[in-house]
Design a protein around this ligand. Structure first.
Ligand SMILES: [Zn+2]
Ligand SMILES: [Zn+2]
Length: 223
């Protein structure tokens, strides 16, 4: 598995080819700023590996437009234009150009927009939206799945507390006992477990679940 450091090195290499020479330094500075943040680094990697319009460009700024359950809607402002990305700690997906909007209704729904027009109107001026802060700078978030306080963890997150025994949901035996199975190795098992959890009521993320939990992430820079 690639470490974050490997990914950051790849992004730097891509920038040598992708960013216009006069903007290379600024593009590299942004990588330095976010190189220990899996969400932003994934976005940068996605951008520079598939330049949206197949022309030289670089990202100068990331602004956070919306956040829900560890999924971040981010505007990547480039030297020519800007783009929407949906990113979490596992992946980053290109959604479209700013001003043109997002065409996937599921994404609009998910973040509470009723239409593409509403989204475009809200994002006409991005100066009021905060610069995306790396996850280390957001102590209110689950360190693994980035759920905010009061939100449910992503199923499978090792920080989630088991509602049956109060232990660690991914480690205790409750999931096997609840389903009467010795192993959960099928999609149907996971769905059944999700159903049982809904009935019982899941325990949302709270920052006091952090202490003592081993630090998430890999290959993080020192300092
Ligand atoms: Zn979590
Ligand atoms: Zn349990």
């Amino acid at each position: 598995m690639k470490t974050m450091r490997d990914r950051a090195e790849e992004v730097r290499l891509f920038i040598e080819y992708a960013a216009p020479p006069e903007h290379r330094r600024e593009s590299l500075a942004l990588v330095e700023r976010y190189e220990t943040d899996p969400v932003a680094l994934g976005l940068l990697h996605a951008f520079y590996s598939f330049l949206p319009e197949a022309r030289e460009d670089g990202i100068r700024e990331l602004r956070l437009l919306a956040r829900r359950q560890g999924n971040f809607l981010i505007a990547a402002l480039t030297f020519h234009t800007g783009y929407y990305y949906l990113a979490n700690t596992a992946q980053a997906e290109f959604l479209g150009e700013l001003g043109d909007g997002i065409w996937e209704d599921e994404v609009l729904d998910y973040f509470g927009f009723t239409s593409r027009n509403e989204l475009n109107a809200k994002h006409r001026d991005l100066s009021g939206f905060p610069i995306y802060a790396s996850l280390q700078g957001q102590p209110g978030l689950c360190p693994v799945c980035s759920a905010a306080a009061g939100e449910e963890h992503t199923l499978g997150c090792p920080v989630e507390v088991c509602p049956w025994c109060g232990g660690q949901l991914t480690r205790c035996n409750c999931r096997f006992l609840q389903l009467g199975k010795a192993r959960l190795d099928q999609e149907a098992h996971i769905e059944a477990l999700a159903g049982k959890l809904r009935e019982k009521g899941r325990i949302p993320y709270e920052p006091d679940q952090r202490p003592g939990y081993p630090k998430a992430g890999e290959g993080e820079a020192e300092g």
